[in-house]
Design a protein around this ligand. Structure first.
Ligand code: ADP
Ligand code: ASP
Ligand code: MG
Length: 441
Protein backbone atom coordinates (compact mmCIF):
# COMPACT_ATOMS: atom_id res chain seq x y z
CA UNK A 1 0.00 0.00 0.00
CA UNK A 2 1.37 3.45 -0.91
CA UNK A 3 1.74 5.75 2.08
CA UNK A 4 2.05 9.50 2.31
CA UNK A 5 2.06 11.45 5.58
CA UNK A 6 0.47 14.88 5.28
CA UNK A 7 0.87 17.65 7.83
CA UNK A 8 -1.36 20.71 7.64
CA UNK A 9 -0.29 23.92 9.37
CA UNK A 10 -2.39 26.39 11.34
CA UNK A 11 -3.51 28.63 8.48
CA UNK A 12 -4.44 25.53 6.45
CA UNK A 13 -6.83 24.48 9.23
CA UNK A 14 -7.88 27.88 10.59
CA UNK A 15 -11.55 27.64 9.58
CA UNK A 16 -14.13 25.21 8.20
CA UNK A 17 -13.47 26.37 4.63
CA UNK A 18 -9.73 25.77 5.03
CA UNK A 19 -10.37 22.33 6.55
CA UNK A 20 -12.54 21.49 3.54
CA UNK A 21 -9.60 22.35 1.25
CA UNK A 22 -7.34 20.09 3.30
CA UNK A 23 -9.92 17.30 3.19
CA UNK A 24 -10.15 17.59 -0.58
CA UNK A 25 -6.37 17.26 -0.85
CA UNK A 26 -6.40 14.20 1.44
CA UNK A 27 -9.26 12.51 -0.41
CA UNK A 28 -7.73 13.17 -3.83
CA UNK A 29 -5.01 10.55 -3.19
CA UNK A 30 -5.74 7.34 -1.21
CA UNK A 31 -2.03 7.14 -0.31
CA UNK A 32 -2.54 10.19 1.95
CA UNK A 33 -3.35 7.96 4.89
CA UNK A 34 -1.77 9.65 7.88
CA UNK A 35 -2.73 13.21 8.71
CA UNK A 36 -0.94 15.40 11.26
CA UNK A 37 -2.95 18.46 12.22
CA UNK A 38 -2.06 21.80 13.80
CA UNK A 39 -4.31 23.99 15.93
CA UNK A 40 -6.42 26.55 14.06
CA UNK A 41 -4.12 29.44 13.09
CA UNK A 42 -4.88 32.94 11.85
CA UNK A 43 -7.83 33.40 9.48
CA UNK A 44 -6.77 36.96 8.69
CA UNK A 45 -3.61 38.97 9.29
CA UNK A 46 -4.94 40.43 12.56
CA UNK A 47 -6.46 37.22 13.90
CA UNK A 48 -5.04 35.33 16.92
CA UNK A 49 -3.83 31.71 16.73
CA UNK A 50 -5.73 29.31 18.98
CA UNK A 51 -2.37 28.24 20.49
CA UNK A 52 -1.75 31.86 21.54
CA UNK A 53 -5.24 32.07 23.05
CA UNK A 54 -4.55 28.88 25.02
CA UNK A 55 -1.29 30.29 26.42
CA UNK A 56 -3.12 33.51 27.26
CA UNK A 57 -5.81 31.57 29.11
CA UNK A 58 -3.13 29.71 31.07
CA UNK A 59 -1.37 32.98 32.01
CA UNK A 60 -4.65 34.56 33.11
CA UNK A 61 -5.43 31.54 35.29
CA UNK A 62 -2.00 31.41 36.93
CA UNK A 63 -2.02 35.19 37.51
CA UNK A 64 -5.34 34.78 39.32
CA UNK A 65 -7.23 36.73 36.62
CA UNK A 66 -10.54 35.89 34.99
CA UNK A 67 -9.89 33.61 32.00
CA UNK A 68 -13.51 33.06 30.97
CA UNK A 69 -13.54 35.58 28.09
CA UNK A 70 -10.45 33.99 26.51
CA UNK A 71 -11.81 30.48 27.02
CA UNK A 72 -15.02 31.60 25.37
CA UNK A 73 -13.03 32.88 22.35
CA UNK A 74 -11.38 29.45 22.07
CA UNK A 75 -14.75 27.73 22.33
CA UNK A 76 -16.10 30.07 19.64
CA UNK A 77 -13.30 29.19 17.21
CA UNK A 78 -14.04 25.47 17.49
CA UNK A 79 -17.79 25.94 17.58
CA UNK A 80 -17.69 27.79 14.22
CA UNK A 81 -15.69 24.95 12.68
CA UNK A 82 -17.99 22.23 14.08
CA UNK A 83 -21.16 24.03 12.99
CA UNK A 84 -19.94 24.73 9.47
CA UNK A 85 -18.53 21.24 8.95
CA UNK A 86 -21.69 19.73 10.45
CA UNK A 87 -19.77 17.21 12.54
CA UNK A 88 -21.10 15.57 15.66
CA UNK A 89 -18.73 16.62 18.44
CA UNK A 90 -19.31 17.25 22.15
CA UNK A 91 -17.35 20.51 22.45
CA UNK A 92 -19.00 21.66 25.68
CA UNK A 93 -17.67 18.79 27.74
CA UNK A 94 -14.15 19.35 26.33
CA UNK A 95 -14.32 23.05 27.27
CA UNK A 96 -15.58 22.13 30.76
CA UNK A 97 -12.55 19.85 31.18
CA UNK A 98 -10.30 22.80 30.28
CA UNK A 99 -12.13 25.06 32.76
CA UNK A 100 -11.63 22.49 35.53
CA UNK A 101 -7.97 22.06 34.59
CA UNK A 102 -7.42 25.84 34.74
CA UNK A 103 -9.10 26.06 38.16
CA UNK A 104 -7.03 23.26 39.72
CA UNK A 105 -3.38 22.89 38.67
CA UNK A 106 -2.90 24.50 35.28
CA UNK A 107 -0.04 23.26 33.09
CA UNK A 108 1.18 25.42 30.19
CA UNK A 109 2.11 22.56 27.87
CA UNK A 110 -1.15 20.71 28.49
CA UNK A 111 -3.17 23.86 27.76
CA UNK A 112 -1.19 24.69 24.60
CA UNK A 113 -1.57 21.13 23.30
CA UNK A 114 -5.37 21.28 23.39
CA UNK A 115 -5.51 23.29 20.15
CA UNK A 116 -4.00 20.40 18.20
CA UNK A 117 -5.94 17.82 20.25
CA UNK A 118 -9.38 19.34 19.62
CA UNK A 119 -8.76 20.28 16.00
CA UNK A 120 -7.49 16.79 15.20
CA UNK A 121 -10.51 15.14 16.84
CA UNK A 122 -12.87 17.34 14.83
CA UNK A 123 -10.96 16.74 11.58
CA UNK A 124 -10.89 12.96 12.25
CA UNK A 125 -14.67 13.02 12.69
CA UNK A 126 -15.10 15.04 9.49
CA UNK A 127 -12.86 12.72 7.44
CA UNK A 128 -14.17 9.53 9.06
CA UNK A 129 -10.58 8.60 10.06
CA UNK A 130 -9.64 7.16 13.48
CA UNK A 131 -7.96 9.57 15.95
CA UNK A 132 -4.65 8.63 17.61
CA UNK A 133 -3.72 10.74 20.63
CA UNK A 134 -0.08 11.88 20.35
CA UNK A 135 0.26 11.59 24.14
CA UNK A 136 0.04 7.81 23.74
CA UNK A 137 2.66 7.48 21.01
CA UNK A 138 5.10 10.42 21.12
CA UNK A 139 7.29 10.02 24.19
CA UNK A 140 9.76 12.47 25.73
CA UNK A 141 12.44 11.37 28.18
CA UNK A 142 12.53 12.90 31.65
CA UNK A 143 15.25 15.35 30.39
CA UNK A 144 12.76 16.70 27.83
CA UNK A 145 14.40 15.18 24.73
CA UNK A 146 12.38 13.01 22.35
CA UNK A 147 12.65 9.33 23.24
CA UNK A 148 13.17 8.19 19.66
CA UNK A 149 13.37 4.46 20.37
CA UNK A 150 10.13 4.37 22.37
CA UNK A 151 8.31 6.72 20.00
CA UNK A 152 9.16 4.91 16.77
CA UNK A 153 8.52 1.48 18.27
CA UNK A 154 5.13 2.46 19.70
CA UNK A 155 3.97 4.59 16.80
CA UNK A 156 5.01 2.07 14.12
CA UNK A 157 3.20 -0.73 15.95
CA UNK A 158 0.10 1.44 16.20
CA UNK A 159 0.06 2.69 12.61
CA UNK A 160 0.86 -0.62 10.96
CA UNK A 161 -2.51 -1.87 12.08
CA UNK A 162 -4.36 1.14 10.65
CA UNK A 163 -5.38 2.20 7.15
CA UNK A 164 -5.74 5.84 8.08
CA UNK A 165 -5.38 8.10 11.11
CA UNK A 166 -5.38 11.71 12.27
CA UNK A 167 -2.64 12.49 14.79
CA UNK A 168 -2.37 15.86 16.55
CA UNK A 169 0.94 17.67 16.07
CA UNK A 170 3.05 19.62 18.57
CA UNK A 171 2.89 17.40 21.66
CA UNK A 172 3.62 14.06 23.28
CA UNK A 173 4.01 12.94 26.89
CA UNK A 174 6.70 12.43 29.50
CA UNK A 175 7.19 8.94 31.00
CA UNK A 176 4.73 9.79 33.80
CA UNK A 177 2.06 10.68 31.24
CA UNK A 178 2.28 14.48 31.65
CA UNK A 179 1.72 16.23 28.33
CA UNK A 180 4.75 18.02 26.91
CA UNK A 181 5.01 20.10 23.74
CA UNK A 182 7.81 20.65 21.27
CA UNK A 183 8.89 24.27 20.79
CA UNK A 184 6.59 26.54 18.76
CA UNK A 185 5.89 25.31 15.23
CA UNK A 186 6.54 21.76 16.45
CA UNK A 187 3.76 20.08 14.47
CA UNK A 188 6.31 19.94 11.64
CA UNK A 189 8.40 17.65 13.87
CA UNK A 190 5.41 15.42 14.64
CA UNK A 191 4.75 15.16 10.90
CA UNK A 192 8.32 13.99 10.32
CA UNK A 193 8.05 11.44 13.13
CA UNK A 194 4.80 10.05 11.73
CA UNK A 195 6.28 9.91 8.20
CA UNK A 196 9.18 7.85 9.45
CA UNK A 197 7.15 5.57 11.74
CA UNK A 198 4.67 4.83 8.94
CA UNK A 199 7.50 4.31 6.40
CA UNK A 200 5.91 6.92 4.16
CA UNK A 201 7.28 7.45 0.67
CA UNK A 202 6.99 11.17 1.15
CA UNK A 203 6.25 13.68 3.90
CA UNK A 204 3.99 16.42 2.54
CA UNK A 205 4.01 19.59 4.62
CA UNK A 206 1.02 21.73 3.58
CA UNK A 207 1.21 25.42 4.46
CA UNK A 208 0.28 28.88 3.12
CA UNK A 209 3.18 29.45 0.69
CA UNK A 210 4.07 27.49 -2.45
CA UNK A 211 7.26 26.07 -0.99
CA UNK A 212 10.49 27.14 0.58
CA UNK A 213 11.26 30.58 -0.78
CA UNK A 214 14.75 31.89 -1.34
CA UNK A 215 14.12 34.64 1.23
CA UNK A 216 11.46 35.58 3.78
CA UNK A 217 8.46 36.85 1.76
CA UNK A 218 7.65 39.29 4.56
CA UNK A 219 10.94 41.10 3.83
CA UNK A 220 11.75 40.48 0.16
CA UNK A 221 9.11 41.01 -2.55
CA UNK A 222 8.20 37.81 -4.44
CA UNK A 223 11.30 35.73 -3.70
CA UNK A 224 11.90 32.71 -5.95
CA UNK A 225 10.41 29.35 -4.99
CA UNK A 226 13.19 26.80 -4.43
CA UNK A 227 12.29 23.68 -6.44
CA UNK A 228 14.84 21.32 -4.84
CA UNK A 229 16.90 21.80 -1.71
CA UNK A 230 19.05 19.40 0.31
CA UNK A 231 18.28 18.52 3.93
CA UNK A 232 21.55 20.20 4.90
CA UNK A 233 20.77 23.49 3.16
CA UNK A 234 17.22 23.44 4.51
CA UNK A 235 18.50 22.93 8.03
CA UNK A 236 20.84 25.94 7.67
CA UNK A 237 18.06 28.16 6.34
CA UNK A 238 15.41 27.08 8.84
CA UNK A 239 17.81 27.39 11.75
CA UNK A 240 18.66 30.90 10.54
CA UNK A 241 15.05 32.06 10.47
CA UNK A 242 13.33 30.65 7.36
CA UNK A 243 10.40 29.76 9.55
CA UNK A 244 8.40 27.78 7.01
CA UNK A 245 9.62 24.50 8.55
CA UNK A 246 10.65 23.83 12.17
CA UNK A 247 14.44 23.54 12.31
CA UNK A 248 14.29 20.04 13.86
CA UNK A 249 11.84 18.56 11.36
CA UNK A 250 14.50 17.24 9.00
CA UNK A 251 16.10 14.81 11.46
CA UNK A 252 13.55 11.96 11.59
CA UNK A 253 13.01 11.89 7.83
CA UNK A 254 16.63 12.44 6.82
CA UNK A 255 17.63 9.27 8.67
CA UNK A 256 15.10 7.30 6.65
CA UNK A 257 15.74 9.15 3.36
CA UNK A 258 12.10 10.30 3.12
CA UNK A 259 11.78 13.48 1.02
CA UNK A 260 9.77 16.42 2.38
CA UNK A 261 7.50 18.23 -0.06
CA UNK A 262 6.38 21.69 1.08
CA UNK A 263 3.04 22.52 -0.56
CA UNK A 264 0.45 25.29 -0.55
CA UNK A 265 -3.05 24.31 0.67
CA UNK A 266 -4.50 27.31 -1.21
CA UNK A 267 -2.73 26.38 -4.48
CA UNK A 268 -2.64 22.59 -4.44
CA UNK A 269 -1.50 22.34 -8.07
CA UNK A 270 1.78 24.14 -7.38
CA UNK A 271 4.57 21.56 -7.12
CA UNK A 272 6.16 23.24 -4.07
CA UNK A 273 9.64 22.44 -2.81
CA UNK A 274 11.25 19.00 -2.61
CA UNK A 275 13.70 18.54 0.25
CA UNK A 276 16.05 15.67 -0.56
CA UNK A 277 19.42 14.15 0.38
CA UNK A 278 21.15 15.24 -2.82
CA UNK A 279 20.06 17.38 -5.72
CA UNK A 280 18.93 15.59 -8.90
CA UNK A 281 21.13 16.05 -11.97
CA UNK A 282 18.38 18.13 -13.61
CA UNK A 283 19.02 20.93 -11.12
CA UNK A 284 21.84 23.01 -12.61
CA UNK A 285 24.89 24.18 -10.74
CA UNK A 286 23.13 26.73 -8.58
CA UNK A 287 25.55 28.77 -6.47
CA UNK A 288 23.12 30.15 -3.89
CA UNK A 289 20.00 28.38 -2.63
CA UNK A 290 18.58 30.94 -0.26
CA UNK A 291 19.08 33.70 2.29
CA UNK A 292 17.69 33.86 5.81
CA UNK A 293 18.32 35.83 8.94
CA UNK A 294 17.13 36.76 12.39
CA UNK A 295 17.44 39.46 15.00
CA UNK A 296 18.14 39.24 18.71
CA UNK A 297 21.87 38.56 19.09
CA UNK A 298 24.62 39.97 21.30
CA UNK A 299 28.36 39.89 20.81
CA UNK A 300 30.72 39.67 23.78
CA UNK A 301 34.06 41.06 22.70
CA UNK A 302 37.29 40.28 24.59
CA UNK A 303 40.78 41.67 24.11
CA UNK A 304 43.94 40.51 25.85
CA UNK A 305 47.57 41.05 24.84
CA UNK A 306 49.30 37.79 23.94
CA UNK A 307 45.98 35.92 23.98
CA UNK A 308 47.25 33.82 21.09
CA UNK A 309 50.01 32.29 23.22
CA UNK A 310 47.87 31.64 26.32
CA UNK A 311 47.17 27.91 26.04
CA UNK A 312 43.55 27.01 26.83
CA UNK A 313 42.21 30.61 26.76
CA UNK A 314 39.38 29.84 24.34
CA UNK A 315 38.52 26.63 26.17
CA UNK A 316 38.25 28.53 29.47
CA UNK A 317 36.09 31.20 27.85
CA UNK A 318 33.66 28.74 26.30
CA UNK A 319 33.49 26.74 29.52
CA UNK A 320 31.99 29.79 31.23
CA UNK A 321 29.11 29.72 28.74
CA UNK A 322 28.79 25.95 28.94
CA UNK A 323 28.61 25.97 32.73
CA UNK A 324 25.56 28.28 32.46
CA UNK A 325 24.00 25.79 30.05
CA UNK A 326 24.34 28.19 27.11
CA UNK A 327 25.33 27.37 23.55
CA UNK A 328 26.68 30.13 21.32
CA UNK A 329 26.27 30.87 17.61
CA UNK A 330 29.70 32.05 16.48
CA UNK A 331 33.11 32.64 17.91
CA UNK A 332 35.24 34.68 15.49
CA UNK A 333 38.78 35.40 16.68
CA UNK A 334 41.81 37.55 15.89
CA UNK A 335 45.32 37.25 17.33
CA UNK A 336 44.59 39.01 20.61
CA UNK A 337 40.81 39.34 20.32
CA UNK A 338 37.86 37.00 20.38
CA UNK A 339 34.08 37.48 20.28
CA UNK A 340 31.25 35.20 21.25
CA UNK A 341 27.97 35.79 19.41
CA UNK A 342 24.97 34.51 21.33
CA UNK A 343 21.20 34.79 21.40
CA UNK A 344 20.44 37.84 23.59
CA UNK A 345 17.57 36.25 25.54
CA UNK A 346 19.74 33.30 26.62
CA UNK A 347 22.65 35.62 27.43
CA UNK A 348 20.46 37.95 29.51
CA UNK A 349 19.51 35.11 31.83
CA UNK A 350 23.20 34.88 32.96
CA UNK A 351 24.62 38.21 31.80
CA UNK A 352 26.15 39.47 35.06
CA UNK A 353 27.55 36.09 36.05
CA UNK A 354 29.19 35.55 32.65
CA UNK A 355 30.78 39.01 32.52
CA UNK A 356 31.99 38.67 36.10
CA UNK A 357 33.58 35.29 35.41
CA UNK A 358 35.22 36.50 32.20
CA UNK A 359 36.81 39.35 34.17
CA UNK A 360 37.98 37.21 37.08
CA UNK A 361 38.89 33.91 35.35
CA UNK A 362 40.46 35.32 32.17
CA UNK A 363 41.75 38.75 33.31
CA UNK A 364 41.26 40.36 29.88
CA UNK A 365 42.35 43.92 28.98
CA UNK A 366 38.92 44.79 27.59
CA UNK A 367 35.46 43.19 27.74
CA UNK A 368 32.54 44.83 25.97
CA UNK A 369 29.09 43.77 24.87
CA UNK A 370 27.22 44.85 21.78
CA UNK A 371 23.47 44.12 21.72
CA UNK A 372 20.85 44.52 19.00
CA UNK A 373 22.64 42.51 16.35
CA UNK A 374 21.10 40.48 13.54
CA UNK A 375 22.60 37.56 11.64
CA UNK A 376 22.11 36.93 7.94
CA UNK A 377 23.10 33.63 6.30
CA UNK A 378 23.65 33.16 2.58
CA UNK A 379 23.33 29.42 1.97
CA UNK A 380 24.20 27.23 -1.00
CA UNK A 381 26.06 24.00 -1.63
CA UNK A 382 27.27 25.41 -4.96
CA UNK A 383 29.34 28.10 -3.26
CA UNK A 384 32.23 25.73 -2.79
CA UNK A 385 32.68 25.48 -6.59
CA UNK A 386 32.45 29.16 -7.43
CA UNK A 387 34.53 32.25 -6.88
CA UNK A 388 33.47 35.67 -5.72
CA UNK A 389 30.38 34.86 -3.65
CA UNK A 390 31.70 36.51 -0.51
CA UNK A 391 32.88 39.50 -2.53
CA UNK A 392 29.33 39.97 -3.85
CA UNK A 393 27.84 39.84 -0.36
CA UNK A 394 30.31 42.37 1.01
CA UNK A 395 30.05 44.79 -1.89
CA UNK A 396 26.22 44.61 -1.74
CA UNK A 397 26.42 45.65 1.90
CA UNK A 398 29.02 48.33 1.17
CA UNK A 399 26.84 49.81 -1.57
CA UNK A 400 23.82 49.67 0.75
CA UNK A 401 25.87 51.60 3.34
CA UNK A 402 25.52 48.82 5.91
CA UNK A 403 28.30 48.25 8.41
CA UNK A 404 29.25 44.56 8.79
CA UNK A 405 29.90 43.70 12.45
CA UNK A 406 31.10 40.11 11.95
CA UNK A 407 31.83 37.63 9.16
CA UNK A 408 31.87 33.86 9.47
CA UNK A 409 32.09 31.18 6.83
CA UNK A 410 31.42 27.59 7.85
CA UNK A 411 34.27 25.20 7.07
CA UNK A 412 31.98 23.25 4.72
CA UNK A 413 31.58 26.42 2.59
CA UNK A 414 27.85 25.89 2.71
CA UNK A 415 27.18 29.35 4.08
CA UNK A 416 28.48 32.84 4.62
CA UNK A 417 27.15 34.51 7.74
CA UNK A 418 27.35 38.22 8.43
CA UNK A 419 26.21 40.15 11.43
CA UNK A 420 24.75 43.64 11.10
CA UNK A 421 22.99 46.03 13.44
CA UNK A 422 19.32 45.17 13.88
CA UNK A 423 18.19 48.50 12.45
CA UNK A 424 19.98 47.62 9.17
CA UNK A 425 18.58 44.06 9.03
CA UNK A 426 15.75 44.31 6.48
CA UNK A 427 17.67 46.72 4.24
CA UNK A 428 20.77 44.50 4.36
CA UNK A 429 18.77 41.35 3.58
CA UNK A 430 17.07 42.97 0.59
CA UNK A 431 20.38 44.32 -0.72
CA UNK A 432 22.07 40.92 -0.48
CA UNK A 433 19.08 39.26 -2.14
CA UNK A 434 19.17 41.72 -5.04
CA UNK A 435 22.89 41.10 -5.55
CA UNK A 436 22.59 37.30 -5.32
CA UNK A 437 19.37 36.67 -7.22
CA UNK A 438 21.27 35.90 -10.43
CA UNK A 439 23.17 33.10 -8.66
CA UNK A 440 19.99 31.34 -7.52
CA UNK A 441 18.93 29.95 -10.90
P1 ADP B 1 2.21 26.68 9.15
O1 ADP B 1 1.22 27.30 10.07
O2 ADP B 1 1.60 26.11 7.92
O3 ADP B 1 3.11 25.72 9.85
P2 ADP B 1 4.19 28.79 9.27
O4 ADP B 1 3.57 30.12 9.56
O5 ADP B 1 4.84 28.06 10.38
O6 ADP B 1 3.07 27.88 8.59
O7 ADP B 1 5.23 28.92 8.08
C1 ADP B 1 4.85 29.53 6.85
C2 ADP B 1 5.30 30.97 6.82
O8 ADP B 1 6.73 31.03 6.90
C3 ADP B 1 5.00 31.67 5.54
O9 ADP B 1 3.69 32.21 5.55
C4 ADP B 1 6.07 32.77 5.47
O10 ADP B 1 5.57 34.00 5.88
C5 ADP B 1 7.12 32.33 6.46
N1 ADP B 1 8.47 32.25 5.89
C6 ADP B 1 9.60 32.81 6.40
N2 ADP B 1 10.67 32.54 5.66
C7 ADP B 1 10.22 31.78 4.61
C8 ADP B 1 10.86 31.19 3.48
N3 ADP B 1 12.18 31.31 3.26
N4 ADP B 1 10.09 30.48 2.63
C9 ADP B 1 8.78 30.34 2.83
N5 ADP B 1 8.11 30.89 3.88
C10 ADP B 1 8.83 31.60 4.78
N1 ASP C 1 0.18 25.30 17.16
C1 ASP C 1 1.58 25.30 17.53
C2 ASP C 1 2.15 26.69 17.37
O1 ASP C 1 1.43 27.63 17.07
C3 ASP C 1 2.36 24.26 16.79
C4 ASP C 1 2.34 24.35 15.28
O2 ASP C 1 1.52 25.07 14.71
O3 ASP C 1 3.17 23.70 14.65
O4 ASP C 1 3.33 26.88 17.56
MG1 MG D 1 4.73 26.11 11.10
Amino acid sequence: MHTITVKFGGTSLASASQIRKAAEIIRSDPARRFVVASAPGKRTKDDIKVTDLLYRCYNEATDGNDFSATLEKIRGRFQDIITELEVDFDLDSEIEKLREHLKTAPNADYMASRGEYLNSKIIAAFLGFPFVDAAEVVRFRADGKLDEAYTFRTLSARLIAMDQAVIPGFYGALPDGTVKTFSRGGSDVTGAIVARASVSEIYENWTDVSGMLSADPRIVDSPRVIDYITYTELRELSYMGASVLHEDAVFPVRKAGIPINIRNTNRPDDPGTMIVASLPASVGRRVITGIAGKKGFSSIHIEKSMMNSEVGFVAKLLKIFASCGLSFEHCPSGIDTISVVINTDSFNAHREEILHRIRTDLEPDVVSVEDNLALIAVVGQGMVYSKGTAARVFSALYEADVNIRMIDQGSSELNIIVSVEERDFEHALRSIYAAMEGLMK
